[in-house]
Design a protein around this ligand. Structure first.
Ligand code: P6P
Length: 348
């Protein structure tokens, strides 16, 4: 493939019929530069004083890793001054972050998870940065943006992506014209387009779920997983493979590359009754990417991008990946939805 840089790709998108707006192009270039800096920090490991935790918990009640804090600061510093944002939100910050008055405000809202799967950093496993871009309210210039302005369904996203810090550092993004992947050329610091129009195979025999939670699952999920494990002698008449990395970015990246399903359902545990993963900066951006690549992404009941958000840090169940397999999982609920209501809404 001709070595097309991210800059050239974005300029071509700007010239195309979809006419990528200039501020959105700037936003994506700023995010790409920030992710390069985060990649550099992640790559230092023990040599860079980026491992381990600090004695502080975030809004999620999770102990913050040094890298969570560093990556959040890198993203804040990179995005504040450019004039492309009206405000931003982060997994690491309870409240939204307004653009200081000394800088111009822009047309977009950015929400991100600075380091997803950060517990993997200490054991040198892949982690990533996930981001979602929403339109700012029309009257944002004339008033202070509030959290309510962020609470738009995922269908309103204008761009989404992730960086994965693994054996390679890659940036995978969509602006609504397919999913495209860029590999960081560390020698020149350039993002090179290495895959255009990624497509998820409709069928797959590979599922990703944390089996340790099986006693908490809805019977429909337990049925699906049992059938996968039953293999060729079971009702699916074929053997399945399982993967679970503990890093959503790594699992989704694998699925975008070779198919499969990723399942983190809402389950019986109090803390996970609405799901573990966060809607605004994990589920929605990944759902945009997966649907743009021909896959499906649901809460188990409705498409993730149709969920009407009620809070910046709200959680949601996630079933995403190969279209046919996600459809099959939905069929396992029969006429019942994950929260116990029948499809018509009455409680069984
Ligand atoms: P568990 C990481 O903390 C994360 O948010 C996702 O990246 C990952 O898929 C999931 O949680 C792992 O959760 O319960 O298996 O540790």
């Amino acid at each position: 493939m001709e070595r097309k840089t991210l800059t050239r790709f974005l300029i071509e998108q700007q010239r195309s019929s979809q006419a990528l707006p200039a501020q959105l192009r700037l936003l994506l270039e700023v995010m790409a530069r920030a992710c390069k800096m985060i990649s550099h920090a992640v790559g230092k490991g023990a040599l860079g004083d980026v491992l381990g935790s600090i004695d502080r918990t975030n809004v999620q009640g999770e102990v913050q890793k040094k890298l969570d804090v560093l990556a959040n600061e890198i993203l804040l510093d990179a995005n504040e001054w450019g004039g492309h944002l009206a405000a931003l939100g982060s997994e690491e910050m309870e409240a939204i972050h307004l653009i200081p008055n000394r800088y111009p405000k822009g047309e977009y809202l950015l929400v991100y998870d600075p380091i997803d799967g950060s517990s993997n950093v200490d054991v040198d496993l892949s982690v990533g940065t996930i981001f979602s871009v929403l339109p700012a309210p029309e009257d944002a210039a004339g008033r202070a943006v509030t959290e309510a302005d962020f609470l738009q369904p995922g269908r309103r996203q204008v761009a989404a992506g992730y960086a994965i810090y693994g054996p390679q550092t890659m940036l995978v993004l969509t602006v609504g014209t397919g999913v495209h992947a860029f590999t960081l050329d560390r020698e020149t610091g350039t993002w090179i387009c290495t895959q255009e129009n990624l497509t998820i195979p409709a069928e797959s025999r590979e599922f990703a779920i944390n089996m340790a939670n099986s006693r908490h699952w809805d019977p429909a999920i337990r049925r699906y997983v049992d059938e996968c494990i039953a293999g060729a002698q079971g009702p699916r008449a074929g053997d399945f493979n399982m993967r679970w990395t503990g890093s959503m970015v790594a699992d989704v990246h694998r699925i975008l590359g070779r198919g499969g399903v990723f399942i983190y359902p809402a389950d019986g545990r109090d803390a996970v009754r609405s799901g573990k993963l966060r809607l605004m900066y994990e589920a929605n951006p990944m759902a945009f990417l997966v649907e743009q690549a021909g896959g499906l992404a649901t809460t188990g009941e409705i498409p993730i991008m149709d969920v009407e958000p009620t809070g910046l840090h709200q959680r949601v169940g996630v079933v995403l990946g190969s279209r046919d397999e996600v459809d099959y999982i939905a069929s396992c609920y029969g006429d019942r939805s994950p929260d116990g209501h029948d499809r018509e809404g009455a409680t069984i």
